[in-house]
Design a protein around this ligand. Structure first.
Ligand code: SF4
Length: 420
């Protein structure tokens, strides 16, 4: 169940149908104002909506006062164990306070923070982590760790409500992906407050991104989750933001910047696609527009499944084709493919797009020739399309025409493969 309630962290709405907000956490000492601001800037430039800073000492609070004034995005103060730091962070102007009621020193101290936050209009994130459940839930944790996590979260929500404080979001975090999914599903069926999602200590950029994509992606696809943070073991916090955006973009939950699609390559590849894709990906980072760019490793399938892309290239050994909106634009030498692609992208975005009909016809002819020469090639794309067509066949008794794989694939069948 999606959250019903909405809170505001600075100028960012969370929950209640607002766009899923991306956050990251600075990895600098917050007391180091310059280093922290530099990292906040990088997070904001990468598309972070919110940033969290650890506040474990008084000197961090001192820096926080200046940080909240200069930060381009709202700042959440991350507090553990010491409730007086939470009180000071509210005074410092933090846009939100994150604390786990279970490790802040008892309900009285939570009440003190809630009272001050209420007066200041400061929202809170209250959370539960799998390694720090209250003692009375340890036995339940051994029997059913998901129930224990959810029970702890619900008890904290009830505590806040008894304190007449509703301006909060909730997080349940675990290093365990299935537990994170199960506990957030269960929690979202019990409360209607906004939820923050994350996998604790997810790991390196590679494994952490995958774990987060699986865990958070599953929940987001269910409509659960209002803010996300990807925890990665890297000093470059902006990498977390980029991963978060890729997850949101993949699920079409939010749009931001270009989408790159690329074939997986196979034995038909005739140019150095690894290098080309990496260069395109890196150059696309400079673009804000939600354009879709496709890279195909060969022209054997024509433009095929990339025909919906705004721009694309498909290459061969010595030359390749630039296409846009499913139509050939022109052939270029393979070593010029990337540069010429970006010339076309820029022209189009600046409203200067023009099609040289002669070059477009040359490109189309080149493409058709390669397709015809390879009409009997059973490429991964053709196999997938045939399987899809076969699955749609008439074996189901609904009168659908059965597609013969042999017939479609056979060069002697006398017809060109048609993509659907
Ligand atoms: S056949 Fe498909 S997967 Fe193989 S290189 Fe060509 S486009 Fe890429």
């Amino acid at each position: 169940m999606a959250s019903q309630r909405q809170i505001w962290v600075g100028g960012v709405p969370i929950g209640g149908g607002a766009p899923v907000a991306v956050q990251s956490m600075t990895k600098t000492e917050t007391a180091d104002y310059d280093a922290t601001m530099k990292q906040i800037q990088a997070i904001a430039e990468a598309g972070g909506d919110l940033v969290r800073c650890a506040v474990p000492r008084d000197k961090d609070v001192e820096a926080l006062k200046r940080i909240v004034q200069k930060s381009p995005i709202p700042v959440i103060a991350d507090i553990h164990f010491n409730h007086t730091l939470a009180l000071k962070a509210i005074d410092a102007g933090a846009h939100c306070i994150r604390l786990n009621p279970g490790n802040i020193g008892g309900p009285e101290k939570v009440a003190e923070v809630a009272e001050k936050a209420k007066k200041a209009g400061t929202p809170m994130r209250i959370g539960v982590n799998s390694g720090s459940l209250p003692k009375h839930l340890h036995e339940l944790e051994r029997e059913n760790s998901v129930e224990a996590l959810v029970q702890a979260a619900v008890e904290f929500v009830e505590l806040m409500e008894r304190l007449d404080f509703q301006n909060f979001k909730v997080s349940i975090k675990s290093t365990n992906v299935p537990n994170t999914i199960a506990s957030n599903r269960l929690l979202s069926s019990k409360i209607d407050y906004p939820l923050h999602l994350g996998i604790t200590e997810a790991g390196t950029k590679w494994s952490g991104s995958l774990k987060s994509a699986v865990g958070l992606g599953t929940l987001l696809a269910d409509g659960i989750g209002d803010t996300i943070r990807i925890s990665l073991s890297t000093f470059h916090a902006e990498e977390e933001v980029k991963v978060a955006w890729e997850i949101l973009k993949a699920l079409k939950i939010r749009e931001k910047g270009p989408v790159l699609i690329a074939c997986p390559t196979c034995g038909r590849l005739q140019f150095d696609m690894d290098t080309v894709v990496a260069e395109i990906e890196q150059r696309l980072e400079a673009y804000e527009e939600p354009i879709e760019v496709a890279v195909l490793g060969c022209a054997v399938n024509g433009i095929g499944e990339a025909s919906h892309a705004d721009f694309g290239i498909t290459g061969a050994k010595n030359e390749g084709l630039i296409f846009a909106g499913g139509k050939p634009l022109r052939k270029v030498p393979t070593e010029r493919l990337v540069d010429e692609l970006f010339i076309e992208i820029d022209k189009s975005l600046e409203g200067r797009a023009e099609v040289d009909l002669l070059k477009a016809a040359e490109g189309a002819e080149w493409l058709a020739k390669i397709e015809a020469e390879n009409a009997d090639e059973m490429t991964p794309e053709r196999m997938a399309a045939l399987e899809a067509a076969a699955a749609d066949g008439n074996g189901d008794g609904n009168g659908h025409k059965r597609v013969s794989l042999d017939e479609e694939a056979s060069p002697t069948a006398g017809r060109r493969f048609t993509r659907t």
